[in-house]
Design a protein around this ligand. Structure first.
Ligand SMILES: Cc1cc2nc3c(=O)[nH]c(=O)nc-3n(C[C@H](O)[C@H](O)[C@H](O)COP(=O)(O)O)c2cc1C
Length: 162
């Protein structure tokens, strides 16, 4: 899957007054009527049970200059630290949407399917917004794309043959 290039998103959830979130690239557009998306979340993540209990999640689609946000949300940090000094706004469902993202959605969980050590969560989009016009953050071969000027993006070099 390292050879599959993706965008990068932050999936957030909220239970009572507590926000949680993680970096996600296992994200799939499922249907248009109604709009729905699927995310595959590890059961080990703190955010996963919180989404199961609350029944909602949000997705913020990251721009190229938000790499630090992706790195922060991919670490096993207490959720308060992930959101410290991070600028967010709230959708109608109250979920944290990352400021400066390309777009964001809020979803109501309509199905949960166990998949080995992951959980597939199908979410019906209940709110959507467009954000900044900016290049996307890209992920390929376990690394982020870096702009090299003139619209070109460089990725980590291939691993040497064994
Ligand atoms: C680029 C990237 C993409 C990721 N995609 C996923 C994903 O699709 N599903 C998942 O469960 N974890 C994914 N992760 C790992 C989680 O972000 C990581 O396990 C995180 O620490 C979980 O946070 P939490 O325990 O606070 O919820 C990804 C990490 C990176 C760097």
């Amino acid at each position: 899957m390292g050879r599959w290039a993706t965008g990068v998103s932050i999936v957030t959830a909220r239970e009572f007054d507590r926000d949680a979130g993680l970096t996600v690239n296992a994200l799939l557009s499922v249907s248009l009527a109604p709009p729905s998306v699927l995310v595959s979340l590890t059961r080990d993540a703190d955010t996963t049970p919180l989404i199961e209990r609350s029944g909602h999640f949000a997705v913020s689609f990251l721009a190229a200059d938000q790499r630090a946000v992706s790195e922060r949300f991919a670490r096993a940090l207490p959720s308060e630290e992930k959101f410290q000094e991070l600028r967010v706004h709230r959708g109608p469902a109250g979920l944290a949407l990352i400021d400066g993202s390309l777009a964001a959605i809020e979803c109501r969980v309509v199905s949960k399917t166990p998949a080995y050590d992951h959980l597939l969560l199908l979410g019906e989009v209940v709110y959507q917004e467009e954000g900044r016009e900016a290049p996307p953050l890209l992920f390929f071969r376990s690394g982020y794309g870096e702009e090299t000027g003139g619209g070109l993006v460089r990725f980590p070099p291939p691993a040497p043959p064994p």
